[in-house]
Design a protein around this ligand. Structure first.
Ligand SMILES: [Zn+2]
Length: 224
């Protein structure tokens, strides 16, 4: 299946994308990882990305789309993929649609993990990271309560990006730029909405069930 993951920061999009990738046997393609790889690689696209990043400018849509196209043409994405962090704007969604239509491989469904804005802020602001090993712990984890990493014993800290103030700003950017992408896929009759306010396994089960009408027939691992 070719899927897009959508949801507020803090909705649990990355977690579900990872679980779905394992369940369906297709790669999770995160734009964050893609940019990091591009910055380290010595390719033409990588050099272009580096120029924008070093100037502290936003990478333009055309370049991001070119990177995604290149990544989707890799052999591991031939039978499907889960895009996480892209498309971020309606023009990017349109560019992706046109590219995939040309290849005859359109997006099957966009999975929107719906959570309340205040719940999303609570989750982001409650998140902690180990200052020694980098392990992250979600709001409400016993480690957060104890203030210590269970893997290395290091002290937990809050990332500057995760303060309530930053979380509110990120949510505003999301509502302005990315939320219209949800409406884009709704208009294409490709939108699956699941309630993200529940436990991780329940949300995953709901996503898998909701994808059946879009062509998910059993698990990829069962296919010959
Ligand atoms: Zn640690």
């Amino acid at each position: 299946m070719r899927l897009v993951m959508l949801g507020l920061p803090g909705a649990g999009k990355g977690t579900q994308a990872d679980l779905l990738a394992k369940e369906l046997g297709i790669p999770r393609i995160s734009t964050g990882d893609m940019f990091r790889e591009a910055l380290q690689s010595d390719t033409e696209l990588g050099r272009q990305v580096k120029e924008y990043v070093e100037r502290g400018e936003l990478v333009p849509d055309s370049l991001t789309v070119a990177l995604v196209e290149q990544r989707l043409s890799q052999p591991d994405a031939r039978d499907g993929f889960i895009l996480d962090g892209f498309p971020r704007t309606v023009p990017q969604a349109e560019a992706l649609r046109d590219t995939l239509a040309a290849a005859g491989k359109p997006i099957d469904a966009a999975v929107f993990i719906d959570v309340d804005q205040e719940e999303a802020i609570r989750r982001i602001a409650g998140r902690r990271v180990c200052s020694q090993c980098g392990a992250t712990y979600g709001a409400g984890a016993p480690e957060v309560e104890a203030g210590r990493c269970s893997q290395c014993g290091g002290p937990l800290v809050q990332r500057p990006d995760d303060t309530e103030e930053t979380a509110r700003r990120r949510l505003q950017v999301y509502m302005d730029q990315t939320h219209p992408v949800v409406e884009f896929y709704r208009a294409e009759n490709r939108l699956v909405t699941v309630d993200g306010g529940r436990d991780v396994p329940e949300v995953l089960a709901d996503i898998l069930e909701s994808l059946r009408p879009f062509g998910l027939d059993g698990r990829a691992g069962d296919a010959p």
